[in-house]
Design a protein around this ligand. Structure first.
Ligand SMILES: [Zn+2]
Length: 416
């Protein structure tokens, strides 16, 4: 335990020190680590040996970052269809490893195998984001999830103590806990934070120093509601259960900085435009993730952040590519399209868009008041922005339930 804590602390220190390094430092690091990682994956992980052999790729073909796109990407489907022993480095002693399971938001849950180093690296990568925002080791955290995470002996000694609550509990229970325990840090998905905010009206909450929103899309309206109710503006954090969190807002909230010391993040589009996100985890050796296609969409910011950190900046993460609607002509609608229209309606609390057929869009809204004009107004504004052959239906509903993994989707496309 002491050894793990020492390694995590060292990795955390290195990560924090990197935030202001020159770009050339990241470039050298990416090239050096990736060369080793590719050789390791090709020699010891059967999945990568097969993937690279099929594509005729050899690890020594990668000499500099200019060769990055020549490395065959790994799709989720390919990873999920592999046998468990094919994705883990040969010679791994599973008895000393931790096995984590993803929530399976895109179907089958995935088993993630981490040895001691990978485990500490994952922890350091997540902690780093909190420390960029002034987290202190004595801060008490409230984390609300589907399942409680691990508790560590060290937390009982008062180091980063954490209370876990279930998203299945009534939100008033989270509020009671927050009032009683006066947490300095609150971590949950954006939808959960919204429910916490709605349930906390008039409760004597001491504003936490940090409110971290992850897992789901944090819309501007949700951000404002959470800020108002908890007294603290939330920090949007992006990552994958497979490779930890790797992009986060700084105090300026002008976009999401990429943890470039620990991950290589590629956006498959020109700067400023939306494209698919591919990620490489530089500290996962037992079960490597190299050019992993996340299925998410993001855009690289057209400017640098004024905070002075040299880490690259994403202007926005638009969530999963599958969480967008394709119209018959090929036009794609991402959540901001709907948000722009629906956020103008102060009388709705939340919404979800479901494409029921290629030409029918159902908008489900939870109204705050019984304003009968709301649904008609939304329908006509949205209809005016869409082709005439696409039909918009607006339906008031009392509640929009989360999916079985606890996440709430804003946009659900029609699947043929
Ligand atoms: Zn910044």
């Amino acid at each position: 335990m002491i050894r793990d804590a020492a390694l995590t602390w060292q990795l955390l220190r290195e990560a924090r020190a990197s935030s202001h390094r020159p770009l050339a430092w990241f470039q050298r690091r990416h090239e050096a680590v990736l060369r080793r990682l590719l050789r390791h994956a090709y020699d010891r992980v059967p999945l990568y040996r097969r993937l690279y052999d099929e594509a005729g790729f050899r690890p020594d073909a990668f000499r500099s970052l200019a060769d990055l796109e020549g490395i065959p990407p790994l799709s989720k489907a390919r990873l999920k269809s592999a046998r468990p022993d094919e994705v883990v480095a040969r010679g791994t002693d599973r008895a000393t490893c931790t096995v984590e399971h993803t929530s399976g938001s895109t179907g089958v849950p995935l088993e993630i195998v981490l040895d001691r180093f990978d485990r500490c690296w994952n922890r350091a990568v997540a902690w780093r984001i909190l420390f960029e925002h002034g987290f202190r080791w004595t801060d008490r955290t409230l984390e609300i999830r589907m399942k409680a995470g691990q508790s560590y002996a060290i937390q009982k000694l008062g180091i980063a103590p954490k209370d876990w609550r279930s998203i299945l509990d009534p939100p008033t229970r989270w509020v009671d806990t927050l009032v009683a325990r006066r947490h300095q840090c609150v971590v949950a998905g954006a939808g959960t934070l919204e429910l916490l905010a709605a349930a906390s009206a008039a409760a004597p909450i001491r504003p936490p120093r940090l409110v971290v929103s992850d897992s789901e899309t944090l819309t501007p309206a949700a951000r404002a509601r959470i800020h108002r109710a908890l007294g603290t503006p939330p920090i949007d954090v992006y990552g994958l259960e497979e490779v930890s969190n790797f992009a986060w807002e700084c105090e300026r909230r002008e976009g999401l900085h990429v943890s470039a010391d620990s991950h290589i993040v590629e956006v498959g589009a020109p700067r400023g435009e939306v494209g698919p996100v591919t990620v490489t985890a530089l500290g996962m050796w037992t079960m490597p993730f190299i050019r992993y296609q996340t299925g998410d969409l993001a855009a690289v910011a057209p400017h640098d952040c004024a905070c002075g950190r040299s880490l690259p900046l994403l202007s926005a993460v638009h969530g999963r590519a599958v969480d967008s609607i394709e119209l018959p002509g090929g036009r794609r609608l991402l959540w901001p399209f709907f948000h722009q229209i629906l956020a103008a309606e102060s009388s709705i609390e939340r919404w979800q868009v479901h494409q029921r057929s290629p030409t029918e869009i159902l908008v489900r809204v939870v109204p705050l008041t019984s304003d009968v004009g709301t649904t008609d107004r939304i329908r006509s504004v949205m209809q005016a922005k869409l082709p005439r052959d696409v039909r918009v239906v607006v339906e008031p509903t009392a509640v929009i339930a989360p999916e079985s993994n606890g996440k709430r989707r804003l946009v659900i496309p029609f699947i043929r």
